[in-house]
Design a protein around this ligand. Structure first.
Ligand SMILES: Cc1ncc(COP(=O)(O)O)c(C=O)c1O
Length: 400
C-alpha cells in the first residue's frame, strides 16, 4: 500500500471560501462579464501615496536584506507608540511581534499556544480563518452562537456555559467580520471579568478598529483591566486601515514569552516580513492620517446607502453595522423557494444562483457559521453598490 501523500492535518481544513469566491468573480470579469463584486475582503482604495513613497525610499536606501525575525526595531517601536497613543496601552519592544499580515499573527499565536484538545471559544458568526487555524493546530473551536437582535454580540451566560477545564482562550473580533458588530465598553469589561474568573487568555482581533461609524469609539479589551492587559494578545495590522492588503504586515502585542515563541517560530519559517513593507508600515502608523479619515467616511456613506436600500427589499432584513466594511443581511425568508426551477435551501444556493444569474458575487453566510445570512462587502465604489443592489432586487423578485 502506498504511503498517504498529504498529512492528516492539512485534510482538516478547507480553502478560504471568501478568497475563492473573490477569485471566481475576478475570473468572470477577466472574461468580459460585468460582475458586481461584493465578496472582496479588502478596501478598493489605493494605498496612500506617502506610504508608497516610503517603500520606494526604502528600496533606494537599500533596506533590501533580512531583518530580525520579529520585525525591524523601528517598526516594533512604531507599534508601541501607536498602541500607547491609540489605546493607552503601554508595551515595550519585547511585547511586539511583526508578522506577514494579521492572519499570520493569528496562525502563529495558535501554533505557539494551543495544544491538541485545547479549546478556543469563538463567537459566531466568525471570520472563516479562526476556525480553520484552531483546527489545523489540533485545538477544538468552540462556537458560541450570537443573535441578530443582540447585535451579534455573545451574552456572558452563553460564553460561560461553554467554558471547561480545557478552555484556553476566547477570541474577540471588534469590529467584526462578517457582521460589522461592535462591542460596548461594558460588554468588553464583562468578557474581561469572565476571562479572569476562569483564567482564560483573550485574543483581540482589532484589524477593523479604524473603520467605524456613527461616532463609535473602539476600545481595546486589553486596556480594561490589569488581567486583560496581561492575558490579551492584541492582533492588528495595516491591511484594512491603510488599504495595504497586499503588503502583508500584521502585528501582535502582548505577553513577552508568547511573543518570543512567535518570533522563534518565524525564525524557522517565514524569517522576516518583507523589509520594504515594514518601512511602509512605519510610515502608515506614524505618518499623516488624513487619507484614513477619507476612506472611513466613504465607507460610512456607502454603509448608509446599502443598509437603507437592502431593508427596502421585501424579504431581506439588514442589521446596521457600526464598523468594518460588511453588511450581513438575513435572506432566510427565501429559503424553501425556487429560482428558475432551482431550489434555494440555504445561503450557498442563494449566493451561487445570484452569481450565475445576475453576476453579483457575495459570500454565503454558511462560510461564517450562519446560514440564514449572506455577507456583502461595501469595499467597492458607490456606483457599483447601486448596480449590485439593483441586481439583487431583480434576483429576489424572480424567486417564487
Ligand atoms: C477579522 C479579520 N482579521 C484578520 C484579517 C487578516 O488581515 P491581514 O491582511 O493583515 O492578514 C482579516 C482579513 O480579511 C479579517 O477580516
Amino acid at each position: 500500500m502506498s504511503k498517504q501523500k498529504l498529512s492528516k492535518r492539512i485534510g482538516v481544513i478547507q480553502p478560504s471560501l471568501t478568497i475563492g469566491i473573490s477569485a471566481k468573480a475576478k475570473e468572470l470579469r477577466s472574461k468580459g462579464v460585468s460582475v458586481t463584486n461584493f465578496a472582496a475582503g479588502e478596501p478598493d482604495f489605493d494605498t496612500p501615496d506617502n506610504i508608497k513613497y516610503a517603500a520606494i525610499k526604502s528600496i533606494v536606501n537599500g533596506n533590501t536584506k533580512y531583518t530580525p525575525a520579529g520585525g525591524m526595531n523601528e517598526l516594533r517601536d512604531a507599534v508601541v507608540e501607536k498602541e500607547r497613543g491609540r489605546n493607552g496601552l503601554e508595551y515595550k519592544r519585547e511585547n511586539i511581534c511583526i508578522s506577514v499580515g494579521a492572519k499570520h499573527a493569528l496562525f502563529n499565536i495558535a501554533s505557539v499556544m494551543l495544544d491538541e484538545g485545547d479549546e478556543i471559544i469563538i463567537p459566531s458568526p466568525y471570520w472563516v480563518t479562526y476556525e480553520a487555524i484552531a483546527m489545523y493546530v489540533g485545538a477544538k473551536p468552540v462556537i458560541v452562537e450570537t443573535k441578530e437582535e443582540n447585535g451579534f454580540i455573545p451574552t456572558i451566560d452563553d460564553l460561560e456555559r461553554v467554558i471547561t477545564d480545557k478552555t484556553k482562550m476566547i477570541l474577540i473580533n471588534n469590529p467584526s467580520n462578517p457582521t460589522g458588530a461592535t462591542y460596548s465598553e461594558e460588554q468588553l469589561k464583562d468578557i474581561a471579568k469572565l476571562a479572569e474568573k476562569h483564567d482564560i487568555w483573550i485574543i483581540s482581533d482589532e484589524i477593523y478598529e479604524d473603520i467605524v461609524f456613527d461616532g463609535y469609539k473602539p476600545i481595546s479589551i486589553a486596556s480594561l483591566s490589569d488581567y486583560a492587559k496581561e492575558k490579551t494578545l492584541v492582533v492588528n495590522g495595516v491591511s484594512k486601515t491603510y488599504s495595504m492588503t497586499g503588503w502583508r504586515i500584521g502585528y501582535t502585542c502582548g505577553d513577552k514569552d508568547v511573543i518570543a515563541a512567535m518570533i522563534k517560530l518565524q525564525s524557522q519559517s517565514t524569517t522576516n516580513p518583507t523589509s520594504i513593507a515594514q518601512d511602509a508600515a512605519i510610515e502608515a502608523l506614524l505618518g499623516p492620517k488624513d487619507s484614513v479619515e477619507k476612506m472611513r467616511s466613504a465607507f460610512e456613506e456607502r454603509r448608509d446607502y446599502i443598509v437603507a436600500e437592502l431593508n427596502k427589499i421585501d424579504g431581506i432584513t439588514c442589521h446596521n453595522p457600526k464598523g468594518a466594511f460588511y453588511v450581513f443581511p438575513n435572506v432566510s425568508s427565501f429559503y424553501g423557494n425556487k429560482f428558475n426551477g432551482n431550489d434555494i435551501n440555504g445561503s450557498m444556493d442563494f449566493a451561487t444562483l445570484l452569481l450565475e444569474s445576475e453576476h453579483v458575487a457575495l459570500v454565503p453566510g454558511i462560510a461564517f457559521g450562519a446560514d440564514e445570512f449572506v455577507r456583502i462587502s461595501f469595499a467597492t465604489g458607490l456606483e457599483e453598490i447601486k448596480e449590485g443592489v439593483r441586481r439583487i432586487k431583480n434576483f429576489v423578485s424572480k424567486i417564487s
